[in-house]
Design a protein around this ligand. Sequence first.
Ligand SMILES: NC(=O)c1ccc[n+]([C@@H]2O[C@H](COP(=O)([O-])OP(=O)(O)OC[C@H]3O[C@@H](n4cnc5c(N)ncnc54)[C@H](OP(=O)(O)O)[C@@H]3O)[C@@H](O)[C@H]2O)c1
Length: 275
Amino acid sequence: MKTWFITGISRGLGRSLAQAALSRGDRVIGTIRDQAPDLHAAPEQLLILKLDMTEATTIIPAVQQAFDWAGRIDIIVNNAGYGLLGPLEQVSDPAMARLFEVDLFGPFRLIRAALPRLRAQGGGHIINITSIAGRAPNPASVLYSSAKYAMEGLSAGLSREVAPLGIKVTAVAPGAFRTDFLSDHSIRRTEGGDDAYAASVGASLGRLGAMAGQQKGDPDRAAQALLSLADAENPPVHLLLGSDAWQRMKVKLTEMEAEMEAWRDVTLSTDFPDQ
Ligand SMILES: NC(=O)c1ccc[n+]([C@@H]2O[C@H](COP(=O)([O-])OP(=O)(O)OC[C@H]3O[C@@H](n4cnc5c(N)ncnc54)[C@H](OP(=O)(O)O)[C@@H]3O)[C@@H](O)[C@H]2O)c1
């Protein structure tokens, strides 16, 4: 039996993961803002805590409460998050700041608060739900990509920092999954519009609009994949979820490799001559 701490279990991927973990007999501490999900669980299996990632001071007490209740937490999943769509030049400071509070600073604070407890118990697994947008960005979700890229970097660096302490870290980058993510209940948009961005941002928004409700990814299958990840003896630092994420990353890697090679001479021209 494993114990999970999962943020954002009210709906979507977080809810599916919480239910999958509970269904196999694991224990779950899950966070919500308002709406408690309808989950099938024995009372001693599930603790629901209130946590809003925009309220920084509530994060440390929630982590303390979770460890006090469970004693030991095996897997921490930073799942809560949302997207912000629109051209960069129309994003306001408050909208940008809020996005980073929820998608980056909140998870950072949560991890920082949990690490002493994970060290004390001799290990654990931190799983950060990022996005394919945090590895292969597209127009219209530039700010979301930047927050998720930061979580990718945080995860990759942290995995090396804490490996000697027995703590594992994985950044999980989903493609498009059929949750509320693209619905008005979740996604946020910049104010106003500008025809200047029709070819890039407009086209991307059109594709995302057509995709809403038709995403290829099944959140319940993602939950099963996350259970496998948590059970792995040697989990990866990076994991993609979904065939669309796979394809997008393949293209990105090919482009990166080609660009590196094209600029090889410039790259290698900067060392001191005697090195
Ligand atoms: N679905 C996709 O296509 C997709 C693709 C790539 C990455 N992701 C990532 O996967 C994660 C889960 O998204 P999802 O698809 O399950 O979306 P979702 O259905 O919109 O669920 C989002 C969850 O995050 C919670 N949340 C949002 N803002 C919060 C805040 N300020 N504080 C605390 N919790 C907050 C929501 O709680 P409330 O119910 O209270 O709003 C909800 O539980 C996110 O990190 C997202 O960026 C999703």
